[in-house]
Design a binder for this molecule. Structure first.
Ligand code: CTP
Ligand code: CA
Length: 230
């Protein structure tokens, strides 16, 4: 069988997707992390592959299986994720769904930090991690024509997302209302209520299963690729 453009509108397109949390080491046995499960990013990678795209998924540590038909690169830290994304470029589309740690621990210890018996606690200092979305969005020859970021917000969701769109320089921000829903959270949950924030306006979707959000988002991306002749 030969797939037609109709079934596979993203044939010939390369998409890079980031997903999951990052782990930032404190010492060889301890790390800083967050509650991201990778469900949304992995589902988006799978949905885009389902529309015919060649997908490179750069995944932080998750318990999910690698999606079928997707080339998955496994990383731990934000710096490794940034390097893996850079190595995967060029791309027609980049979707940054990962919950990248904003800060890493300054002066990661080479050996396990030990209690010294005095009751003294260690002090952690942090340094800012590279911003992968902002880096990918920078104008230039290698800038992908469509760059999509996410925003996790607990209040003034759309206002914060608009500010983030401008600050990062990406084309769309998918804003997650992480404060809403019956369980009071999106991270780790199976469903998600999103707003697509672009220069043209805001489109709000009802609360849907993350797999359904992924399917619709992949279709929305395919429409844009067609419209903008990406
Ligand atoms: N992001 C990234 N690299 C980082 C931090 C964030 O690529 N070091 C991306 C995320 O993948 C997401 C978007 O930037 O697509 C927004 O992430 P978010 O945490 O909501 O925004 P921040 O700019 O980090 O601001 P804050 O956490 O303070 O709200
Ligand atoms: Ca952040």
């Amino acid at each position: 069988f030969y797939a037609t453009r109709g079934d596979r509108p993203l044939l010939g397109k390369h998409v890079v997707v980031t997903s999951g949390p990052t782990h930032e080491p404190i010492d060889p046995v301890r790390y800083i992390a967050n509650r991201s499960s990778g469900q949304q990013g992995h589902a988006i990678a799978a949905a885009l592959a389902g529309l015919g795209a060649r997908v490179t998924l750069v995944s932080g540590p998750v318990t999910l299986a690698d999606p079928a038909g997707v080339e998955t690169r496994h990383v731990e830290t934000a710096r490794q994720m940034a390097a893996a994304v850079d190595a995967a470029l060029p791309a027609d589309i980049v979707v940054c769904a990962a919950a990248v740690a904003d800060w890493r621990v300054a002066g990661e210890a080479d050996q396990k930090i030990k209690k010294d018996g005095s009751g003294q606690v260690p002090a952690l200092a942090f340094v800012e991690n590279p911003d992968i979305l902002a880096t990918v969005s920078k104008p230039g020859a290698r800038r992908p024509p469509l760059v999509v970021g996410f925003a996790a917000e607990t209040e003034k969701v759309v206002d914060h997302a608009r500010a983030k769109l401008a600050r990062k320089g990406c084309d769309w921000i998918i804003a997650n209302d992480v404060g809403s829903g019956p369980d009071g959270g999106v991270m780790g949950a199976a469903d998600n209520a999103i707003h697509i924030v672009t220069a043209g306006g805001v489109e709000s979707w009802p609360r849907l299963a993350k797999t359904e959000v992924a399917t619709r988002l992949a279709r929305r991306i395919a429409e844009t690729v067609k419209e903008r002749n990406i």
